[in-house]
Design a protein around this ligand. Sequence first.
Ligand code: NAP
Length: 294
Amino acid sequence: MPALILDGVAIARHVYASLKPRIAALVQCGVQPGLAALQIGGNAASRLYVRNKVRACTEIGIYSEVHQLDADCTETAALTMLEQLNRNPRLHGVIVQLPLPPGFDVRRLLQSVAIEKDVDGFNWSNLGGLVDGHGGLKGLTPCTPLGVVTMLDHAGITIEGRHAVVIGRSPSVGKSMALLLINRGATVTVCHSKTPDLTAHAFRADILIAAAGRAGLVTADMIKPGAVVIDIGINRLPDGRLAGDVTFAAACERASWITPVPGGVGPMTVAMLIANTVTAAERTAGLRAPSAVV
Ligand code: NAP
């Protein structure tokens, strides 16, 4: 039987529906959640990502600002801008859109976002909270891994006791994903570019998560029949189309559940950014924030 589709657009819609009463409660307390994005330079793709985030804010009633700096601006100018955004009480979330132009110290900029406004969850305190096992210091967990876990939960897919294999070890995606799954009781194998025999590892996965950014890396023969396949990768093919890391059509014949690209993890990442912004606003307003995992 072909795999069932984990529809990120549909699940994100449920997330937004669950956020609406929380936003209404904030507005009743005189607080409208606010999110600012700092974009430095930026190609067409990252400008599109920022536009999608702004659109999601507008549709759900979150105030948003986009601050665009030229690619040749100084790092000091970017840091000054972040300081202003950190101080602005209108804003509960601040993000730095990645990637940055060459020459910028990504770590320094990301660490300059105030912890309580770090709705991307990239600040070391929030990442450290994942290591600690209790989520970020302020419960702000990186959006993409949080989106994946939310999708699994929504579909009723058990995480505890399963063997998850994550391909990719970047701090914001692969490593955070692995930590979140460990915290949820999965046994996790992390693979990367130096892993010999990726196929053998992947084939042992009950839940296989691809986050390498390599189109066609995960072929059907790497998927254990009945495995859940989550494709985080976003790749632009030579003909202009978007594709994940998984060969989708063939993988559908092996997997029990699978995420498409586009329309899988991407919309969930945006939804989790909005959820984290609402959580940050609730904390500022002194309302008891529910878990960020919807
Ligand atoms: P990244 O920083 O480039 O990390 C890629 C990871 O994949 C690295 O750990 C790398 O290993 C590993 N890798 C690369 N080639 C590999 C191979 N042939 N075999 C095994 N591992 C391999 O990228 P990222 O920021 O984590 O993002 C990963 C992908 O997810 C990208 O396509 C990105 O666009 C996408 N993404 C999607 C969303 C979404 O919302 N859907 C959000 C964020 C990112 P080494 O560490 O050994 O180099």
